[in-house]
Write a protein that binds this ligand. Structure first.
Ligand code: BGC
Length: 738
């Protein structure tokens, strides 16, 4: 058979998929289990060399199929907030193609700020559509680790500090991707909650915190959305690298959750051949240092049984069968970025913007309210699709805040001043800190403009060089002297609206004092500037809610307060460095330990339990309208709690509200946070409209991890229900018995 007809045979067998429903005895109803017999047959035809050849990177972003049998390679698309451009086969250099610019979707914390499962699904769908145009099979995303510290370098990429919000959105993102013909790769499994020392850190965490907080987004996406791929994180957990961690990969992921897909390593995150092969890793990416010849030798020497190799090949073939391959000549025919996806990016961005405060109703900017508007700040003109280390998007288009304001607020006289210095990649490379005094010249120019204007829009925040993969921020202060600048601007003009362009919390003590209105507008994708301008003008009523807490100061965060982060002092860093130099293999550096001593008290769970005041609580976000909550009714059955309430829009704008349901267990025998998010719903209401809101909280969500019996338990007894507009703005309470 020639290659083409082999390919056709393979494709024909794939068409079985359409009518496939998994056989009865197969658990979880996974679509991955539709072709077990054919897969057995294919494996039977393969040589050992062909099998091992599938278990490592072929190129930077692909792993090999078997040409002889017509099995196509697997093509990976770096994500999670836009399909990365094509790279040279063995380097991080761009290929410089003309057609591979894609849509830049709002980054993770922005998506989470929508608190919208519908938006998460659309987002996944949009990502999949663009991945298909590029011939990709698996998206390296969503990135769903819990935001444990506000300084975490990838906070902007991750979703939330809360497991329920993260889990719900991970499920929908996964379904959106996989329903549209592409596989997800959930990352970074697991406990990759900091970037400093990510390649050496050993995380020590209680099983309870691990199961209740850090794993649920992964668990939900596997169990509820049949995720096809998982990426093993760089770090160690309880002494073992995530890429060779029997507990995480075999016992939890496969045995407990019933995962049937592939586990790939993070790029360069493999540390041994036998360890990785025997403990659950399927594919080493992007090279073959450990799972190429060395793996072949280990099988031949009888150290790694061939059945282990077969089961990895089976996992790969399951994914291969579930995802329709695209022939190389059919990929990249049209531009990756398409208008439908730009619409999705706009919708997500417009629902993600969080209004932290709006004193004196400075906003919205109604037609005759002001004449001259000053837009101040380097971030007003900065694109955020790329920057820092790691995943960047070669965006076809990115509307900056200034462009959006100029597009949409064109009846006003708009002038811009830079205000503060642009912190660049070169600065980062030279180890120049972003935490500098204000630039006097830029400040003077901005102050002058503020004086001459009726309203000041201060576009502040971080940029993608400040928040970056590979390292954590050293503090959460606003960079480049922005606090000093904000004070000077407020003195010049008290009508100061601060807009934070960032993906993570910042210290707002100064800005809060001087700025009557504050918005968070994130790294908000291709349409970020337009969405911001629509919120400023009132065309869109803000409805985003914080997916994390804004602490008053960094030291209030649980890991800082308990002094378990940062783990490595400057002297210890020296020590590690010496250690590294003295080792023959530079990879065997000493592992600092990350003790998650706070246990289950992360984010708002910590602040509430310790009664530490916060700047803005988890779930907070104001609107131009007001909502009234009334008539909470609770009905409890064996299946869970059915909650009903009446929600009324009592203001003048059509708007959306996110109703949040928290549960407290006052008489629990185990230690618990005061309350925990268990469900939420985004509701749309016309001005003056009133609607019943119904939400079901399944009984399963009341489970806790029992450390003694090493399993889930549901404690019967009293449950307090708190329904609110944020974790601290509780409008209705009730109680029931579980
Ligand atoms: C990141 C992954 C990413 C991979 C490929 C790694 O450094 O941690 O999230 O998908 O690189 O770019």
């Amino acid at each position: 058979m020639n290659n083409k007809s082999k390919w056709m045979t393979f494709l024909c067998s794939l068409s079985l998929l359409v009518s496939c429903s998994p056989q009865k005895e197969q658990p979880k109803g996974s679509l991955l289990l539709c072709h077990e017999d054919e897969i057995t047959e294919i494996i039977g035809q393969m040589t050992l060399e062909e099998k091992v050849n599938m278990l490592h990177g072929k190129n930077m972003f692909s792993s090999a199929g078997v040409e002889r049998l017509g099995i196509p390679d697997i093509e990976y698309a770096d994500g999670p907030f836009g399909i990365r451009e094509e790279m040279e086969p063995h380097s991080w250099n761009s290929l410089g193609l003309a057609n591979d610019s894609s849509t830049f979707f709002p980054t993770g914390s922005a998506l989470a700020a929508t608190w919208s499962e519908e938006m998460a699904y659309e987002y996944g769908k949009g990502m999949a559509k663009e991945a298909r145009l590029r011939g990709k099979d698996m998206i390296l995303g969503p990135a769903i680790n819990i935001q444990r510290i506000p300084t975490g370098g990838r906070t902007y990429e991750y979703l939330s500090e809360d497991p329920q919000l993260s889990a719900a959105l991970s499920v929908k993102y996964t379904q959106g991707v996989q329903d549209n013909g592409v596989a997800v790769c959930l990352k970074h499994y697991a406990l990759n909650n900091q970037e400093n020392d990510r390649g050496s850190i050993d995380v020590k965490v209680s099983p309870r915190a691990m199961h209740e907080l850090y794993l649920p987004p992964f668990e939900a996406a596997v169990k509820e959305a049949d995720a096809y791929g998982v990426m093993a994180a760089y770090n160690k957990v309880e002494g073992y690298w995530c890429s060779e961690n029997d507990m995480l990969l075999n016992k939890i992921l496969r045995d407990m959750w019933g995962f049937h897909g592939i586990v790939i390593s993070d790029w360069g995150g493999v540390h041994s051949t036998v360890g990785a092969a025997m403990n659950g890793l399927d594919v080493e990416m992007p090279g073959e240092r450990y799972m190429g010849q060395a793996l072949l030798d280990s099988v031949k020497a009888g150290v790694v049984p061939e059945e282990v190799i077969d089961s990895k090949v089976r996992n790969l073939l399951r994914v291969r069968f579930a995802i329709q391959p695209i022939a190389k000549e059919d990929a990249n025919k049209v531009m990756t970025a398409q208008p439908e996806q730009r619409d999705i990016a706009y919708k997500v961005a417009s629902k993600s913007i969080v209004m932290l405060k709006n004193e004196g109703e400075l906003l919205p900017i109604l037609p005759n309210k002001y004449k001259k508007i000053a837009v101040i700040g380097d971030n007003a003109i900065r694109q955020q699709a790329q920057g820092g280390v790691g995943a960047g998007v070669k965006a076809l288009k990115e509307v900056t805040p200034l462009e959006g304001i100029q597009n949409k607020l064109n009846n006003f006289e708009i002038k811009w001043a830079q205000g503060y210095y642009n912190y660049t990649r070169e600065d980062r490379y030279k180890n120049i800190s972003p935490y500098q005094k204000a630039d006097k010249e830029l400040m003077a120019e901005a102050v002058q403009l503020a004086k001459e204007s009726d309203l000041v829009l201060f576009i502040a925040g971080n940029n993608r060089e400040v928040e970056t993969e590979g390292s954590d921020r050293t503090c959460i202060t606003l960079p480049m002297g922005q606090d000093e600048l904000a004070q000077a601007l407020a003195e010049a003009n008290p009508n100061l609206v601060t807009i934070l362009v960032s993906g993570a919390p910042t210290d707002l003590r100064v800005v809060n004092e001087v700025s009557p209105a504050i918005l968070v507008s994130w790294f908000n994708g291709s349409e970020g500037g337009n969405a911001l301008a629509d919120v400023l003008s009132g065309a869109i009523v803000p409805s985003g809610k914080l997916p994390f807490t804004y602490p008053i100061q960094l030291e209030d965060n649980q890991a800082y307060s308990l002094k378990v982060y940062p783990q490595v002092t400057e002297e210890e860093k020296e020590d590690i460095f010496v250690n590294l130099v003295n080792q023959k293999d530079g990879r065997q550096r000493k592992s600092p330990t990350a003790n998650y001593s706070e246990g289950i008290f992360v984010g708002y769970r910590w602040f509430e339990s310790k009664q530490i005041p916060v700047a803005y609580p988890f779930g907070h976000g104001l609107s131009y309208t007001t909502f009234d909550y009334s008539d909470l009714q609770l009905e409890t059955t064996k299946q869970g709690i059915q909650a009903t309430l009446q929600l009324t829009n009592t203001g003048k704008y059509d708007a959306e509200e996110v109703v949040q349901f928290y549960i407290g267990r006052p008489n629990s025998q185990v230690e618990r946070p005061l309350k925990e998010l268990k469900a939420f719903q985004r509701v749309s209401l016309k001005a003056g409209e009133s609607k019943p809101v119904q939400i079901f909280i399944p009984r399963e969500r009341f489970r806790h991890w029992d450390e003694i019996d090493k399993g889930w338990k549901i404690e019967s007894g009293k449950a307090d229900v708190y329904v609110g507009s944020s974790s601290q703005d509780i409008r209705l309470t009730g109680s029931t018995n579980i």
